[in-house]
Structure formats: C-alpha cells, structure tokens
Ligand binder design. Structure first.
Ligand SMILES: Nc1ncnc2c1ncn2[C@@H]1O[C@H](COP(=O)(O)OP(=O)(O)OP(=O)(O)O)[C@@H](O)[C@H]1O
Ligand SMILES: [Mg+2]
Length: 504
C-alpha cells in the first residue's frame, strides 16, 4: 500500500506554502513561493489575488511531485490563510475587482467615525468582539463599495462574490466559475466585523452599516468539516478544514484546552489564549475571536493580542533600508553592541493594534544621538517585538485571574536567539519553542487530518509536541522597568504624532 498524507495550504501575508505531513506528524514536503506586495500610497497595502491563485496552482503539484505522491494519497487538505485581507471577484469571469486590500492597510482610518455614526463602536464590539479599526474586513468593504464606481451596483445585481483569502482559494480549488463552493469558516468570519460572534451568523445591522450585500457573502461553516473536493490544480483531494493562520498555529501547538496560549512571530505577532467554549471579553484591549469549531460542536473561543508589525520591521530594514541582507543578519548586527544606546523604534506602520487600537498612530525612531549606530538600531528593532509582546501579555494578565507562567512561541522570528532571550527578559517568564516548525500549516493539517480520520484523536497530535529550546529571564527588575517606561513614552509619542498629522 502506498503512503498517505495530509496536506496544508498556508496562504500567508508574504508567501504561500503547500506542505505534506505523514502519519507520524512529520513534514515530508514543502513548496513555497512569495507574492508581490503593493504599497501604492502611504498606509495602503494590496495583493493580487490572481497572482496568489497562480502560485497555488504551482505549489500544490510541486509538493506532491517532490514525494512522488498522487492526489488519491492525500486524504485531506487544510486551508489556512492571512486573515481579514479582502477580495471581491466576479463569479462569471472569476476575475477579482481590483487588488485585495490587505489586513495591514489603513486607508479606512478616516472613515471610522462615519461608520460609528451608523452603528456605535460599543455596539460593534458587543456583537463582534472587535474594536472599530481599519484592521478588519468590514471597513475595507465599505471603502470598496463607496469608492469604486459601479461595484455596489454590480454586487446588488448578484454579479460579485466577497471573501477573505480562504474563500477565494476554496472557490477556485473547488471549481471556480464552474460551480466553485463559496464558503468561509467561523474563524475567518470572526475577523470580518460582519458576523455575530455568538450566533456565528452574518448580522443584518452590521451588513447595513458596512454596506455589504448579504447575497455576495460566503456561507459560514465550522472550521473542521467538508468544504468539497478539489477540481484544480489537482483534482480529487477533499478539503476538510479551513482555519485562519493564527488560530491554526494555536491548533498546531496543540493548545486545545482552556488556558493554553501561544505567540506566533511572522509578519506580525499574535498571542492567542484558548478560553474554551466561554466567550471572554477583555477589559484591557484584547480581541475576542473564534479559535476553531468542529462540525456539530460548539465553537471554542480565544482572546487575542494582535501586533501588526514584528518580522515586517526586520523585512523593512532589509528591503527598504538596505541595513541588512538577510533577516538573520539583524541578530549579528544587534550583537555588535551591548544595548540599544537609548534608541527605540515604534513600528506603527499600520497604526497600533492591541492593546492600543490607534489607527492613526505612525511609526517613529526616538533617542537618536551621534552615539547611535546601526547596531543600536538593530537592537531597537528586535526589542520592539519583545516590548510589543509585553504589552499584550500585560493586558492578558490584567484580564486573567492567573498570570501567564510561560510563553510558547513559533514562527520565523523564533530562529533569532537574541530576540528570544530579550523576550524572556522583558516578559520575566520562560519562553519555550517546540521542535516542530511550521505550526500554522501543521495546525491546518491537524484539523484536516482529524476530520479525515487520519489521526484518531488529539492525544496522538499532542504526542508530536516536543520542546526544542527554552530561554530563562536573566535581566534585573530595574533594567526591565527602565526599558518598559521608555517604551511606553515612545508609544505615546507615536500616538500623538499620528493624531497631529491627521489634523494637518
Ligand atoms: N533570524 C531572524 N531574525 C529576525 N527576524 C527573522 C529571522 N528570520 C526570519 N525573520 C522574520 O520572520 C518573518 C518570516 O517568518 P515566517 O516565515 O514565520 O512568516 P510567514 O509565515 O511567512 O509570514 P506571513 O504568513 O505573515 O507571510 C519575516 O518577516 C522575517 O523578516
Ligand atoms: Mg504565516
């Protein structure tokens, strides 16, 4: 008998991957390709959804070919994706209407007050668990329907389909213009600002307020259920899970129980705490979100601290500043000095997310003197990720009865030892990294494999989790406090600068 596999398709902010896992949870194949980032104006971030679909058409066959697997050897496919990024497309031609508006895009910051006039921010928060900010899909859709001539009319005539990246891919995978399935899952829908987080249904008042025609929206399904069978790029693979990337990494870390948490460091940093079937409302600036839902079961919720810019700041140092040639070099450069030399970088490129939710905030570098070198700047870049994590951990601790005792981490940035040590120092708790890489894809594969009956239960998946490394806090309380106070001041400057520039 030939070996069987579970596949994951991970459509991220910067790249798309297809991975195959075997019965022992081993990663046996990986095909990956980056797509283009469009920054047409300050604050705008766009992707070409067609380019992304073309990449998917290359990497799925490639991942199969690399292990000589036929489609019938793949028992299930889990789709996971960058969340909130919004695509509108024509269901007859299959062509997107303009470029996808990416989660980081802040073009809607100036529209939020108008939205609040239609439905208050408090009411939106009560229904969706989300603050009224540019990050989520709803404001992006209202912008599209308001700004792009003819789009609202075409949508009202039933010519257009709306979706996040998962919907776009599932529709294309399952046939596209020839009867593709137009669906999403509860985790992705919980980020649109259009779904009632308790009933798990589209909410008419939210749709009215954000100008979204119900007919153009996908059907909401549980994360772990059947989403049809692929027709393209290889036919015959059952799609058995769809789950947003951060929820997928929670699942991939096998954080199945209430109280389990993880933080993923990719483009941004996302700390999620499983709260079980209880919907917990943060009083300190965290989001309530759906963690996953099995077919026929109640949803499992999480609270989330989202930080927009983490690895993206390292990427910016490479791509836009030319300060380094590879992401790993940021560590070498940072280790050329002892400390940050008084320098702090607040990367408010998309405003500030949790716990501040300041859509207007803009990034800044403070503490510059002639003493500061690029080494100090590199340290400040890494510290920005640690200090932003501390803000969300502090919010989580303020909400909870019991403070976080250790932090499980994953994602590309966790290869950086200096960052991991800085994180342990600033959080004052041990930081733990599992052996398994690619927790986002792994989570999607785990979810898909459980539905397909490939793995008997979650206990099997837990047995695949092994600790690879741990960092203990080493710094003094005085040093930690000094850093945190300086950071808090720098954040206030970024917020103030943003407010003043929005008035100019
Ligand atoms: N050694 C390193 N030190 C610091 N940052 C790093 C290092 N290696 C990778 N990164 C950063 O990590 C990010 C890549 O991580 P990862 O591969 O987990 O992200 P991703 O899944 O591709 O992100 P996304 O899904 O958001 O596209 C990049 O932003 C990169 O700059
Ligand atoms: Mg990713």
């Amino acid at each position: 008998m030939r070996e069987t596999y579970v596949a994951a398709l991970d459509q991220g902010t910067t790249s798309t991957r297809c991975l195959l896992f075997d019965h022992q949870g081993r990663l046996v194949s990986l095909a990956q390709q980056q797509h283009r980032q469009y920054f047409p104006r300050p604050g705008w971030v766009e992707h070409d959804a067609e380019e992304i679909w073309k990449i998917v058409c290359r990497i799925i066959p490639q991942a199969l070919d690399d292990v000589d697997a036929r489609p019938e050897q793949v028992v299930g496919l889990g789709v996971t994706n960058q969340r909130e990024t919004t695509v509108v497309w024509d269901h007859r031609s299959g062509k997107p209407v303009g470029r996808a508006i990416v989660w980081q895009d802040t073009r809607t910051a100036g529209m939020l007050d108008d939205i609040a006039c239609d439905l208050s921010a408090e009411e939106i928060y009560a229904r969706t668990g989300l603050p009224l900010v540019s990050y989520f899909s709803g404001p992006k859709l209202r912008w599209l329907f308001d700004a792009e001539p003819g789009v609202a009319e075409r949508a009202a005539r039933g010519e257009l389909l709306i979706g996040t990246m998962d919907s776009w891919l599932v529709w294309n995978l399952t046939g596209g213009v020839d009867g593709g399935l137009h669906a999403t899952d509860v985790t992705n829908a919980s980020r649109t600002m259009l779904m009632d987080i308790r009933s798990l249904e589209w909410d008419d008042e939210l749709l009215d307020c954000l100008r979204v025609p119900r007919a153009a929206l996908p059907e909401i399904r549980p994360s772990m259920t059947t989403f049809g069978t692929t027709c393209a790029p290889v036919p015959g693979i059952p799609v058995t899970a769809v789950i947003g990337d951060q929820q997928a990494s929670l699942f991939g870390q096998t954080a199945f129980d209430p109280g389990d948490a993880k933080c993923t460091y990719g483009t941004g940093a996302f700390l999620l705490l499983n709260t079980g079937t209880e919907l917990v409302r943060s009083r300190h600036g965290l989001i309530s979100t759906v963690a996953y839902q099995e077919d026929g079961e109640p949803p499992v919720y999480a609270v989330e601290g989202a930080v927009a810019i983490a690895g993206a700041l390292v990427e910016w140092c490479r791509e836009s500043l030319g300060l380094i040639r590879s992401p790993a070099e940021i560590e070498t450069l940072a280790l050329s000095v002892e400390d940050n030399g008084g320098c702090y970088v607040v990367p408010a490129f998309s405003g500030l997310y949790a716990p501040h939710w300041e859509s207007d905030a803009q990034g800044l570098v403070v503490g510059l003197t002639s003493y500061v070198t690029k080494g100090h700047l590199a340290r400040a870049v890494l510290e920005a990720t640690a200090l932003q994590t501390r803000e969300v951990v502090a919010a989580m601790n303020a909400d909870a009865d019991v403070p976080l005792r250790s932090l499980a981490v994953d994602g590309g940035m966790t290869a950086n030892n200096l960052l991991m040590q800085t994180l342990a120092d600033i959080l004052d708790v041990p930081v733990v990294r599992p052996m398994v890489a690619e927790t986002v894809s792994r989570g999607a594969a785990y979810a898909a494999g459980l539905v397909a009956g490939y793995w008997a239960d979650r206990a099997v998946l837990r047995s695949y989790w092994h600790k690879a490394a741990e960092w203990q806090p080493r710094t003094t309380p005085q040093e930690r406090d000094r850093q945190v106070r300086a950071w808090d001041d720098a954040v206030q400057l970024a917020i103030g600068w943003g407010h003043r520039s929005s008035l100019r």
